[in-house]
Design a protein around this ligand. Structure first.
Ligand code: FES
Length: 302
């Protein structure tokens, strides 16, 4: 973890604050557009937030947090209790949503899903790509950074206040999409579903805040051997692999516990994993908060 100090907290839209976290000691770990950090809150919750500042700024990270009254308590704490000057631990940035080089981009953002897109749009424009952003939200007042983006990028940015204008028509955009363009989408589940229905899968890159609803075959028991310690642990059907590892004394970090953030990633040395995450685990990796085993035994690098 890296220690930071909350340098600024500013309201940037209805129910949304922006936090600037300054490194308490050494320069902060560098990051690329699309990356997020785990923010360890003083109430023992850890939450993931996309970085929306400037990657060239090695002294601070900027994130934005929407107040979700029905959430599990992370955004509530940020909005009600965090004050300037508070020391906060953050993880090094992790990037599950990297910007693949392209000549053209169409960025689609919904509400707080604008956060990773802010840095992506900047990088695309600075890199000389043709980039367009369609940014939808209930109303302009509820859309963080809408004014900042319009004044920085002018006509490249189309703001859609859905209460007045309805939802943007992705089918029309897909029909007009340049063959050279990649599409990046971050927003609520309904927006991601509409983007997946409209754009070819090989050109669409999407980041989820919530797991997709899917049905898996019933859980079965398996065992996991930790190669470094030599310990073998039984994982019953009603327990996650992450919990089994933690109860056995392996402090595997975790954030979302829903297979969307990547905090709990571990290396698999042997056995056949059953991947249940929404990130797309790289070869030889596994997210034990949700994923299990298809083989009777896994060997992991712990
Ligand atoms: S804790 Fe987020 S992917 Fe496992």
């Amino acid at each position: 973890m890296q220690q930071t100090i909350l340098d600024r907290i500013d309201r940037v839209a209805d129910d949304v604050v922006s936090l600037v976290l300054r490194g308490a000691t050494a320069p902060l770990t560098p990051w690329e557009p699309g990356a997020h950090i785990d923010l360890a809150l003083p109430n023992w919750l850890t939450r993931q937030y996309s970085l929306c500042g400037d990657p060239a700024d090695r002294d601070s990270y900027r994130i934005a947090v929407r107040h979700e009254p029905l959430s599990r308590g992370g955004s509530e704490y940020v909005h009600l209790f965090l004050k300037q000057g508070r020391r906060l631990d953050v993880s090094p940035p992790r990037n599950n949503f990297p910007l693949v080089p392209a000549a053209e981009y169409l960025f689609l953002a919904g509400g707080i899903g604008i956060t990773p897109i802010v840095a992506m749009l900047r990088a695309a424009v600075e890199g000389g790509a043709a980039a367009t952003l369609v940014y939808a939200g209930r109303s302009v007042a509820a859309m963080p950074f809408a004014g900042e983006l319009r004044s920085s990028y002018g006509d490249r940015v189309r703001i859609v206040a859905t209460e007045e204008q309805g939802r943007p028509d992705f089918a029309v955009m897909a029909a007009e999409l340049s063959p050279r363009a990649l599409v990046y989408c971050c927003g609520p589940a309904s927006m991601l579903a509409a983007a997946e229905a409209a754009f070819p899968a090989e050109r669409l890159h999407a980041e989820r805040f919530q797991p997709t609803v899917r049905t898996f075959k019933p859980n079965t028991a398996f065992e996991v051997t930790c190669a470094r310690s030599g310990q073998t642990i039984q994982v019953p059907p009603d327990e996650s692999l992450l919990d089994a590892l933690n109860y056995a004394g392996h402090a595997v970090p975790a954030g979302c516990r829903e297979g969307v953030c990547g905090s709990c990633e571990i290396a698999v040395i042997d056995g056949e994993p059953e991947h249940r995450d929404d990130i797309g685990a790289p070869a030889g990796r596994l997210y034990p908060c949700v994923s299990r085993a298809l083989s009777p035994r896994l060997v992991v690098d712990l």
